[in-house]
Structures are given as C-alpha cells and as structure tokens.
Design a protein around this ligand. Structure first.
Ligand code: MF3
Ligand code: CO
Length: 261
C-alpha cells in the first residue's frame, strides 16, 4: 500500500527532514581525525531531543543508536562505537528522526581530513547520481526510471551499485512501500504519482557491488573491502520537478566554513 501524502502531511514531513538536515550539520561540525563515531552519535541524539524530536533509528528493529556511521568499506548500518576517525577516512552518516508523527531520513558521506582523489571522485559521483535519480522522480514516470538514471551514470564511471539495499517510501513509518532500487530499467515498475514521498539513497562502490553483513548483525560492508559512498534525500513526487524535503544546505554551509580555515 503506497500512501499519497496530503499537503498538510508534506509540511510535517518537511519539518522532520529539516531537523535531520540540521542534525547532520551538527555532526559535520564535529567530524575530524580522533573523534569517535559514538561521540558523533551522542551529539546527534542530544540535538534531536533538544529540538523536540525522537531519534528515528534508535530501537528500530532493535537498532541500538541514533545514527548509522559507516566508515570506508562499510556501506550502511554501521553502528557507532569506539572507532576513532582517521585522516583519509570517509564516513557515511545516516540520520532519521520522528517529529509530529512523521519521519525524516537523510544521509551524507563526509571526508575526514585529506582523502585520496579517486575516493573524492566516488563521493562526487554518488551525490550527483542521487540528483539524477531525483530528476526522474516526477509524476507519470516509473520507479525504474530513478534506478536506471543512478545505475547508468555510476556504472559509466566504472563504479558498482549495491543491489540488496534500497530506498523506500517514508511517512508515518520509516520504511513504507515502495522499495526504491538504485538500479533498474527505464519504463519499468510502478507509475509515480504526485504526493508519493520516497527516500532515494544510492550506495555506490568503488570496486565490486557485492556486500556482506558483519557479525554485529547490522553493519553492511563491501566484500572486496573497497570503499563505498552513500547519500540520501527524502523527496516528494510532483508534476514537473520533485521537491526535496531534506537538505544538504546546512551540512555544506558547515563544510564551506571549515574549508576556509
Ligand atoms: N536510512 C537507513 C534506511 O533507510 C537506515 C535505517 S535502518 C536502522 O534504511 F535500522 F538503522 F534504522
Ligand atoms: Co533511508
């Protein structure tokens, strides 16, 4: 069952996703060599609660934390812990909140200090692929158009697309129908309708597409241990252009101030 959201519901979803965007910016301020992923998690949890929200991932199917922090070869669902970030790492920070009964969900992959050019290229391409997917997320198009756009672009760069993990509908539940794969065929799948709210979240690998789950029962990493990037926006399908309910503006404002230093 795919729920079409009313304009009132979409305004609430915008508030939830804005809180996620601002939380990611608070995390961004603290990403540097030596910081533990658990410290980032605690910063996010406090910020969300201070703003009146509830961490959206905490206790979800038993998930133990506020953030998913996935470093280097970790793809998604990395559990925050005592690992200290190192110069040259990349870290996907995925954040969800529940506010006024609606979920927000967004993710950004950050550089830690100086990162190899080939990895920076992967980050840029993964983020770009997310926007190419969003460009296809308009009423009348098909679900497969989104995945096709992401797959075609990233594979043309020599990267690979994770298949087992996908984007999703979002609303009163964190994960609603439909599943939103990051691969597919143009013209295939359900037809997109105005008012559908979905999270699009390409997970793109520098090496092979295969993944394995770590023994912690959550962390997904690449089989070949090459790095993986992940960016996620929550969007609403509209007639001529999707509306992005989450935002990277707050994060990128923080990053641009950091690069001036
Ligand atoms: N944003 C991710 C997703 O959409 C992470 C949620 S899984 C959780 O699937 F268990 F950590 F909540
Ligand atoms: Co998601």
């Amino acid at each position: 069952m795919i729920y079409l959201k009313t304009d009132e519901e979409i305004e609430l979803l915008r508030l939830s996703n804005t809180l996620v965007a601002k939380t990611l910016a608070e995390v961004a301020k603290n990403i540097k060599p030596g910081v533990t992923t658990l410290k980032l998690d605690k910063i996010a949890e406090k910020y969300i609660r201070d703003e009146g929200g509830i961490p959206g991932f905490l206790n979800y199917q038993g998930y133990p934390n506020t953030l998913c922090t996935s470093v280097n070869e970790q793809v998604v669902h990395g559990i925050p812990g005592k690992y200290e970030l190192r110069d040259g790492d990349i870290i996907s920070v995925d954040c969800g909140v529940l506010l006024n009964g609606f979920y927000g969900d967004s993710a950004y992959t950050f550089k830690v200090g100086d990162v190899k050019p080939e990895i920076i290229d992967l980050l840029n391409a993964t983020k770009h692929s997310l926007y190419l997917g969003i460009d296809k997320a308009i009423a009348g198009n098909r679900l497969g158009d989104i995945g096709f756009a992401i797959q075609e672009y990233t594979e043309s760069k020599g990267y690979s697309v994770v298949r087992e993990m996908v984007g999703h509908g979002i609303g009163k539940e964190l994960h609603e129908a439909p599943e939103v794969p990051n691969y597919g065929r143009a013209g295939n799948g359900i037809q997109l309708k105005e008012g559908m709210v979905i999270a699009i979240e390409p997970m793109i690998n520098l090496g092979k597409r295969n993944i394995v789950q770590e023994s912690d029962g959550w962390t997904i990493r690449t089989s070949d241990k090459m790095v993986s990037a992940h960016f996620e926006h929550t969007i609403v399908i509209r007639k001529s252009k999707a509306e992005i309910l989450s935002s990277f503006d707050f994060v990128e404002e923080v990053l641009s101030l950091q690069s001036e230093k």
